[in-house]
Design a protein around this ligand. Structure first.
Ligand code: PRP
Length: 179
């Protein structure tokens, strides 16, 4: 069975990344109220920590939910927003999208497209982890916690088959070896 095998980022490492990101964001927004928009479900731990580290006023917090299609359903196209947010949470707001990880970029691209349609005053993207080597859709992350190679990581909100989201550290899951 495939299990998380080693800690990749300890909770202390993660706290350092979150503090640095909050500082970068504060430097750009200063006293401008921010609308934080998290992409469910993986973002929930990171967003909670980031929101509490920011000095910039958090005006509102909302969440979008995106349904991704597996490889067997590629013909159905790109991910779909299945739970949107009220228009007033976006229109005219300084919106910061909060992602746990950007991988192929498909999820984030769909979210950014959806948000742009509702006319935010500004739109930026913060991701704790970025895997640019896996990118299939052109998405650039404004605030990156850490760029990582193509490891499968779990914990701190990230799952494997819905497990491990509650683990405080981030672990690597090694692929199972055929004997
Ligand atoms: C994960 C992660 C991102 C997305 C990134 O979500 O939270 O939202 O994948 O992958 P991409 O760049 O290849 O689109 P997932 O779809 O696994 O759902 P979850 O957040 O509920 O775990």
């Amino acid at each position: 069975m495939t299990e998380p095998s080693r800690i990749y980022l300890s909770r202390e490492d993660i706290a350092g990344l979150v503090a640095r990101l909050a500082g970068e964001i504060d430097g750009n927004y200063r006293d401008r109220p921010l609308a934080l928009i998290g992409v469910l479900r993986g973002c929930f731990v990171f967003l909670a920590d980031l929101a509490r580290q920011l000095q910039a006023p958090v005006r509102r917090v909302d969440f979008v939910r995106v349904e991704s299609y597996g490889a067997k359903m590629v013909s159905t196209g790109s991910p779909r927003i299945v739970q949107g947010i009220p228009r007033e949470s976006i229109t005219g707001q300084d919106v910061l999208v909060v992602e746990d990880i950007v991988d192929t970029g498909a999820t984030t691209a769909a979210v950014l497209r959806y948000l742009r349609r509702h006319g935010p005053a500004s739109l930026s993207l913060c991701a704790l982890l970025d895997k640019p080597s896996r990118r299939q859709v052109d998405v650039s992350v404004d605030y990156v916690g850490m760029t990582i190679p193509d490891h499968f990581v779990v914990g701190y909100g990230l799952d494997f088959d819905q497990r491990y989201r509650d683990w405080p550290d981030i672990w690597v899951v090694e692929p199972a070896h055929e004997d």
